[in-house]
Write a protein that binds this ligand. Structure first.
Ligand code: FAD
Length: 239
């Protein structure tokens, strides 16, 4: 198991990449030992502390959508500024099968890029459906392509790739892709659709859930979902 840093550690920002009009990738100086699917708690002193999935552990990399006060503040940070991270926390994804189908919605594709990198390093085939509302919201497609993944884009308005939600498009193409296992990260409705698809097709599936995480170490209970704690028993669960 990776070493867990329970106290925030300082990391300087090495690079900031604009992925879209509201998503930025922060490449930090330094590394963490971590598995794909695990998350860190990012502290901005005087602002707050929030959970983010690792997109890479060496160098530590986070991809963050600007959705509210904390992420807006983070988006103002520049190379040379310091971010404080504790973790990594939670269960990561387990690699299984020879051909993985990853399904990501919105910033949910971020941890799937880490998973794809691990799977490709091990010689596995990876197909990925990147779901987004419009062409402007598609992120990380080139990064998956650079890893040698088969990339399928699904936009709800049809402005790029297939028209439709990521799970619908994945199910339409499932016979051609013929994966051994499914992995998904994204909004709750998307995860439920992937869970049901996996059940219909008899495929193993691992889903990464979100909740309101405060302590990240299974003590405060704020991330509870029907009797399990997202920070301690998740965020990745088999359906
Ligand atoms: C395990 C985990 C991994 C995550 N990884 C990433 C990541 O890689 N990249 C990324 O951009 N974000 C990620 N998030 C989400 C991120 O932590 C939240 O969006 C965070 O609350 C943003 O803070 P904010 O102050 O900017 O916005 P907030 O004011 O907290 O939220 C803005 C809006 O989003 C809604 N919202 C926020 N969090 C949740 C939630 N958990 N469930 C439902 N609605 C919510 C709020 O109701 C509000 O409408 C992750 C969350 C978890 C639990």
């Amino acid at each position: 198991m990776p070493t867990v840093h329970n106290l925030p550690q300082p990391f300087k920002i090495a690079e900031v990449i604009e992925e879209s009009y509201r998503v930025k990738t922060f490449v930090l100086e330094g590394s963490f030992e971590a598995e794909p699917g695990q998350f860190v708690m990012l502290w901005l002193p005087g602002v707050d502390e929030k959970p983010f999935s690792l997109v890479n552990s060496n160098p530590v990399t986070l991809t963050v959508a600007r959705v509210g006060p904390f992420t807006s503040e983070l988006h103002r940070r520049k190379p040379g500024d310091t971010l404080w991270l504790r973790g990594p926390f939670g269960n990561g994804f387990t690699l299984e099968g020879e051909h993985l189908l990853l399904i990501g919605g919105g910033y949910g594709v971020a941890p799937l890029l880490f998973l794809a990198r691990k799977a490709r390093e091990g010689g596995r085939r990876v197909s990925v459906v990147i779901g987004a509302s419009t062409a402007r919201d598609v992120i990380l497609a080139e990064d998956f392509l650079a890893l040698g993944c088969h990339v399928i884009i699904a936009t709800e308005d049809g402005s790029r790739g297939f028209r439709g939600k990521a799970p619908e498009v994945a199910e339409e193409l499932l016979r051609d892709i013929n994966p051994d296992a499914l992995y998904a990260c994204g909004p709750g409705g998307m995860l439920e659709a992937v869970r049901m698809m996996a059940g219909r097709r008899g495929l193993p599936v691992q889903l990464s859930y979100e909740s309101y995480i405060r302590c990240a170490i299974g003590v405060c209970g704020s991330c509870q979902r029907s009797g399990w704690l997202v920070c301690r028993d998740g965020p990745v669960r088999r359906a």
